[in-house]
Write a protein that binds this ligand. Structure first.
Ligand SMILES: *Cc1c(COP(=O)(O)O)cnc(C)c1O
Length: 389
């Protein structure tokens, strides 16, 4: 395999709900969920059945034709969001690529071809393709791949004034994650997103939300924008969309979406009946089985419990996040904490070297949170003892 990942030395073989087991028979409680992907947990019976049934019926025919699961999923997404149209693809980066292309095409069609630049944020993460890494405001993602794609102006996150200053006659859109995930679970400050909406309206810019990580219930609402008094013009989804099968989607309002005409953009695998059937089932389970309510309730409980660790340990700087996208900002290295938790049977994630990120399946229970907190408490206790020595 390519040497693109520094993997943990375990081989995962099976999962059920929030539990995983490895080839040596050890079990883990999963607070990573395949990086905010398996929102309904592993081996979900309803999704397994939907995938198996669809696999026996029709897996792939290309987008030269209509298929029922893809049409039904598009209808569901449109019914449950601000958007009027959906373009299906296979990943978050690809959804963001579609958004970038759509924003450019929208202004070309309106006779303003000079407007192609997009304002994005420091600390953002939009993917690893050339366009999306060029949009990403993190040096470590971009380094080594220059020259970057032209057309991105990166400004500080949570700074409305910085966006206003960066707007020129060449700007076509502002693109951001409503909560920065990979960047370290950074939440928008009060009024920021509403302010961006107003600014975009005033300047005639499109507002693009990368909800690849925050979408599909993760923050305690179906989409993160619902927490705010505004809607974007374009929204990108992927990660949890099909609960682990690869799928991305770019959603837009009709006025904007119509800039894509037959032949403008395409994807061979985008929205296959197989993956769409999984996504459609996942979407229904999310709403019908109280999963989002659980995310809100358990997410709040989780944050409260983490706050108690903050009070106890000086190296815990901050607890932040929404729903079950939670970050614990440490003043010390987080990687050793991740390794120690794995030893004790808990999978957690660390981003930006010192921010523990908790993104469990949205069906996680309070008892499982309690167990993780006990584990973290023991690990932190060890850390503070060793620093005293
Ligand atoms: C994960 C992620 C992406 C990239 O998704 P891929 O499927 O890995 O291409 C883009 N944006 C955000 C906000 C993400 O969290």
């Amino acid at each position: 395999m390519a040497t693109t990942y520094s993997r943990f030395p375990i081989v995962l073989t099976e999962g059920r709900g929030c539990m995983l087991s490895d080839a040596e028979g050890r079990t883990y409680t999963d607070f990573v969920a395949g990086i905010a992907v398996c929102n309904l947990g592993h081996a979900h019976e309803g999704i397994a059945r939907a995938v198996a049934d669809q696999a026996r019926r029709l897996v792939h025919v290309s987008n030269l034709y209509y298929t029922e699961p893809q049409s039904e999923l598009a209808e569901w997404l449109v019914e449950h969001s601000f958007a009027d149209r959906v373009f299906f693809c296979n990943s978050g980066a690809e959804a963001n690529e579609a958004a970038i292309k759509l924003a450019r095409k929208y202004f070309k069609d309106r006779g303003a071809p000079e407007r192609f630049r997009i304002i994005t944020m420091e600390g953002s993460f939009h993917g690893r393709t050339m366009a999306t890494l060029s949009a990403t405001g993190q040096e470590k993602i971009r380094k080594g791949f220059e020259p970057l794609l032209d057309g991105f102006d990166i400004v500080a996150f949570n700074d409305l004034e910085a966006v206003q200053v960066a707007v020129t006659g060449q700007t076509c859109a502002v693109m951001l994650e409503p909560i920065q995930g990979e960047g370290g679970v950074l939440c928008p400050s009060q009024g920021y997103l509403e302010g961006l909406r107003k600014l975009c309206d005033k300047e005639g810019l499109l507002l693009i939300f990368d909800e690849v990580q925050t979408g599909m219930g993760r923050t305690g609402s179906l989409f993160a924008y619902e927490h705010f008094d505004m809607t974007p013009d374009i929204m990108c989804l992927a990660k949890a969309l099909a609960n682990g099968l690869p799928m991305g989607a770019m959603l837009a309002k009709e006025e904007v979406a119509k800039a894509f005409t037959p032949g403008s953009h395409a994807s061979t695998f985008g929205g296959t009946p197989l993956v769409a059937a999984a996504a459609l089932t996942a979407a229904k389970v999310l709403l019908d089985e109280g999963v989002i309510e659980n995310c809100q309730k358990v997410g709040k409980y989780f944050k409260d419990r983490l706050q108690s660790l903050k009070l106890k340990y000086a190296f815990v700087r901050e607890v932040r996040g929404e729903g079950l996208l939670i970050g614990l900002d440490l003043t010390c290295d987080g990687k050793t904490v991740v390794a120690a938790c794995m030893e004790k049977g808990f999978l957690i994630n660390c981003t930006q070297d010192h921010i523990l990120r908790f993104i469990p399946p949205l069906i996680i229970k309070e008892e499982q949170i309690d167990s993780l907190i006990a584990c973290l408490d023991a690990v932190f206790e060890g850390l503070s003892n060793s620093s005293k020595e």
